[in-house]
Design a protein around this ligand. Sequence first.
Ligand SMILES: Nc1ncnc2c1ncn2[C@@H]1O[C@H](COP(=O)(O)OP(=O)(O)O)[C@@H](O)[C@H]1O
Ligand SMILES: [Mg+2]
Length: 272
Amino acid sequence: MAIAEKPTDDIIQVDGLQKHFGDVKAVNGITFRVRHGEVFGLLGPNGAGKTTTIKTLLGLLEPTAGIVRVFGLDPLKDEVLVKQRLGYVAEEPLIYKSLTPVEVFDFIASVRELDGVEVSTKAREYMESLGATEYANRSVATLSRGNRQKVQIVSALLHDPALLIMDDPLLGLDAKTVKVVKEIIDLHTRRGGAVIFSTHIMEVAQELCDRIAIINNGVIVGMGTFDELRKQADKAGANLEDVFLRLTEQDASVSSIIAKLRESFEQRERRE
Ligand SMILES: Nc1ncnc2c1ncn2[C@@H]1O[C@H](COP(=O)(O)OP(=O)(O)O)[C@@H](O)[C@H]1O
Ligand SMILES: [Mg+2]
């Protein structure tokens, strides 16, 4: 099975990673590890630097500074080796729009040199569990974002990768599909695989992750298990939701936005 890796080593090692785009310090010195059998979450608001971090793991972006290792390899130098062992679900499902899902899966099987029969069985089972069977032979271009996302998720799983990298994988999925994707993640880690994914929703991180890094403005502002983070919050006499909002500087803007909304509602009511 493709999933077996050396169990002692960290699957992902990120040390002092920086990625700047001109003046924009998208990622500004972050350090973390992802271990075997672990679900690791990057939790932070829009623009925090989650996608940028993930793209450096895939060798899609070159770090400005710092070290990134995946399976102990440099994704920029050993791109092929690294990509053989991971499955990637991108933030924007931009996959071969002129093909149908079945054609996409066949294409992946041929590029990855996988057994065609095995892949089509696996793909059919995954598509069924995600409630997408009826879309299997329609062109990807005609599918909704959610269904395209399902095709992307199935595509990432076909070669049984040891590592799943998922950039906001639940975005645009309905509640039932979210449950199935959570189950897929769980099964994957029970077989010793690791997962890193990003989200801006604290409950999602709480439910799915063994460890969470809270990221804001390109730096990690808190890291640990959900319980550890909650204990730190308790000690400070607050609940984690408030701490998360405070750490990611969303608290002030949230209350001012709500205050403004209320005010304009009240003004409108007075006018009517
Ligand atoms: N190619 C790019 N050029 C310039 N700025 C970028 C680029 N990609 C991302 N950024 C900026 O870097 C910051 C982090 O973006 P991103 O990593 O996409 O955040 P997240 O995924 O957490 O929402 C944002 O301010 C974003 O506008
Ligand atoms: Mg993003």
